[in-house]
Design a protein around this ligand. Structure first.
Ligand code: SF4
Length: 757
């Protein structure tokens, strides 16, 4: 790009408000990069401005810079000021603009005309849409059962503004998903150290035990995590050991890979803890001072988990468990990471507690290079704050620990309850595709006796939107406001701004604006929504941070995109006031779990489905590619890279079943069956088969379905991959099962049959 002076640029901009804002943002970025200038594009010769914002395509929430020409985003890059991603961006983040300009994007509100799911739609006005929804909310309120309004979101966190609206309305049935629907992790860590997640200080670690996570491709904190992992591998010569049923990219780049038996990671962690305690390699000081269980009793509890027992059950040789335990205890600082293959199982909560315990035994809790507490700012909601409607959602009360983060269990719970839901509001969530037992979910969404009015807010006609009564056109993350307070992979708390870098396309409106419009219609909710605009809400949300105000407040955020109040991490943060638990200690023994008749100590329990299968059958696990998620399927760049999902199978297993390379096979379970080709590889455990889960869409627009079509975007005529197949929908054969403790789906506990077609 050619360079243009800032003054010259402002003159050119001619005072147009939008351009001036972009210029201010551009100035901020340029200043950050020590070059106070903006640019014109070398290719288009147009003024190219830059505006910082925050990616929302996965939980890593990277800082981005959006380059805009004529109110059109032409390029997205990483924000070098962001302490998480430090200027880097993954393929998904770069392809975000494909979502904004997808020719099949929904651009105006619609109401169905025929039977639910028949595909007939008519365009309606926003006023009509808001009137219909608020009339239904009024009817529900009049019925006296506000829980008949059910909200489900898949944004990996409850949208702050929506939560305010839902509380003000008074429904407890407000659900969202957490990173990869990882409720078991959240519950486990909350019970252990009072925070719902962990941040492993990978960049400073010397030894990393990886239980089933795949940061080289995909992870809750993908890009910020993997760059720190690579840094540790190069700068610290850190050792990486991976336990995974599949040779993921991370397993392949590890020093050692163990194709562990599924669902046994927690057992290996407990056995390693046993070795460390027995050999006196534990951190006596941390255990005695900062945990709530005696060292002697802990050693006695762990003694039953011998390396030999763990070796027999997990398939990891006992001698390796002993060696790795010694290395983990000796080569400090060390940490663990773990993935959903560990947590999203029936025994996931205990497995995560067992892995956290291993870090505590070795004194690696919240130390440099260790297993750290998350850092974030607690933002004060602007007054008046609505009273919370209740933490235990009415639909989930049959669980021992009712949770609002079990979005993937909401529809089965509605069916189980059998009482009609007056309004189901679905935001950025596609359970008709992404839930297990997807044919059952399809039936629930079609059934007007179970779901009386279904409203979906999305940017494309997802499989769930296609079964709705009203579809509202959402903005993309490039067209709306939000504030993110994490994750802080650099271990300093931060505030990251998401701001509209382009005007919303068509009649799309942010969901925050929808909540504001609905709230203002109801005398019960309107007192809590005195904000003139959504921007003014977010502005007042961060106004209470004195450090930010000193740095320049809202204008600073708009210029730089991110603000981090501390220059460097403060480790052993618990030493000031203790952990956020009832005992103020790291709770090896959880009284909260004991009170609910759940084992208060970390234990290992076998997966019931595996016990039932008695060694027969194959276990199906799904995995994510680094360049695609199911909601990114409309991206032409990403779908061109990944559009198929053969079944990974070990050659030894294939031989037993008479299956050859490339054969068409039928994968079946009680939930359904699919046919796909086999990919033979040594990179999979012999008792496990695996498929990726982001392809095989029947909704989400024509790019996602690999259809070639004419549009203003000439690339849509170049879609070539349909003839190679656009993949199979793996969730068809996943059986929905929910943990009786947390209600979270046991995503990886599926036993399937595979036969040649
Ligand atoms: S890792 Fe990629 S998709 Fe996730 S927030 Fe960062 S840029 Fe976006």
């Amino acid at each position: 790009m050619d360079k243009l002076g800032r003054r010259q640029f402002l003159k050119l901009a001619g005072g147009a408000a939008g351009v001036a804002a972009a210029a201010r943002a551009a100035g901020g970025i340029a200043a950050a990069a020590d070059e106070a200038q903006v640019s014109i594009s070398r290719t288009s010769r147009r003024v190219r401005s830059a505006a910082p914002s925050t990616c929302q395509l996965c939980q890593a929430r990277c800082g981005i810079i959006c380059f805009v020409e004529d109110d059109r985003v032409v390029k997205i890059e990483g924000n070098p000021l962001h302490p998480g991603n430090r200027g880097k961006l993954c393929a998904k983040g770069q392809a975000g603009l494909n979502l904004a300009y997808n020719p099949d994007r929904i651009l105006y509100p619609m109401r169905r005309t025929g039977k639910r799911g028949d595909g007939g739609w008519e365009r309606i006005t926003w006023e009509d849409a808001i009137d219909i929804i608020s009339a239904r909310l009024g009817e529900i309120k009049a019925s006296g059962n506000r829980n008949s309004f059910v909200f489900q979101a898949g944004t990996m966190t409850m949208p702050r503004f929506a939560r305010r609206f839902l509380d003000a309305y008074g429904t407890t049935n407000a659900f969202c998903s957490v990173p990869s629907s990882d409720t078991n992790r959240l519950m486990a860590l909350a019970a252990t150290w009072g925070e719902e997640t962990e941040i492993s200080d990978l960049g400073n670690a010397r030894y990393i035990l990886n239980f089933g996570a795949n940061p080289y491709e995909t992870y809750f904190y993908h890009l910020p995590a993997v760059q720190r992992l690579i840094q540790a591998r190069i700068e610290n010569r850190a050792k990486l050991v991976t336990f995974d049923v599949r040779l993921s990219n991370t397993a392949g780049k590890s020093d050692e890979w163990y194709a562990i038996n599924p669902g046994t990671d927690g057992l290996v962690a407990l056995a390693m803890g046993n070795v460390i305690m027995k050999e006196g390699l534990h951190d006596e000081e941390f255990l005695s001072r900062w945990t709530n269980y005696s060292v002697k009793d802990l050693a006695a509890h762990l003694s039953r988990y011998t390396p030999e027992l763990a070796g027999d059950i997990s398939g990891v040789p006992a001698r390796d468990i002993i060696r790795l335990a010694r290395e983990f205890a000796g080569d400090k600082p060390a940490t663990t990471i773990s993935g959903t293959g560990v947590s999203m199982r029936d025994n996931g909560m205990h497995s995560i507690r067992s892995i956290a315990l291993l870090n505590a035994i070795t004194g690696n809790i919240d130390v440099k290079g260790g297993y750290c507490l998350p850092r974030s700012y607690a933002l004060k909601e602007p007054d008046p704050v609505p009273p919370t409607a209740g933490d235990a959602p009415e639909l989930a009360r049959s669980s021992v620990l009712p949770s609002k983060t079990i979005a993937h269990s909401v529809l089965p719970l509605i069916k189980k309850k059998g009482a009609p839901v007056g309004l189901l509001l679905t935001y950025m969530f596609n359970p008709a595709y992404s839930n297990a037992s997807s044919s059952e979910v399809d039936g629930i969404l079609r059934d007007e006796r179970l779901v009386s009015l279904s409203v979906v807010v999305d940017i494309t006609m997802s499989e769930t939107a296609a079964l709705a009564d009203i579809v509202l056109p959402d903005t993309t993350y490039l067209e709306r406001w939000d504030i993110e307070t994490g994750p802080a992979l650099g271990l300093v708390p931060l505030i990251s701004l998401r701001q509209p870098v382009i005007k919303p396309l068509g009649e799309s409106r942010s969901f925050n604006d929808v909540c504001l419009a609905l709230a203002k219609k109801d005398p019960d909710t309107s007192p809590y929504f005195k904000f003139r605009t959504v921007e003014s809400y977010f502005k007042s949300l961060v106004s209470g941070l004195p450090g930010l105000a000193k740095s320049g407040g809202w204008d600073y955020l708009r210029d730089k995109g991110v603000w981090a109040g501390e220059a460097a991490p403060v480790y052993r943060s618990y030493s000031r006031e203790g952990f956020n638990t009832p005992s103020r200690k790291f709770e090896i023994f959880s009284q909260g779990l004991a009170d609910k008749d759940v084992s208060p100590l970390p234990v290992w329990e076998p997966i019931p489905e595996y016990v039932k299968s008695n060694g027969q059958g194959l276990f199906l696990v799904t995995f994510k590619w680094g360049v695609l998620t199911s909601s990114l399927a409309p991206s032409k760049w990403l779908s061109e890279i990944v559009h198929d999902n053969p079944l990974w199978m070990n050659p030894e297993t294939a031989k037993e079943l008479g299956i050859h390379k490339g054969d068409l096979v039928k994968v079946s379970s009680p939930a359904g069956a699919i046919e796909t080709r086999v990919r033979l590889t040594q990179g999979i455990h012999p008792r496990v088969v695996a498929m990726s889960g982001q392809v095989g869409h029947w909704g989400m627009g024509r790019v996602a379905r690999a259809e070639k079509f004419n549009s203003q975007d000439p690339d849509t005529r170049l879609v070539w991959w349909k003839e190679h197949g656009h993949g199979k929908h793996a969730n068809t054969v996943m059986v929905h099962s929910a943990s009786p403790v947390t209600g979270a789906p046991g995503w990886h506990d599926n036993v399937v049959k595979v036969a040649r077609v």
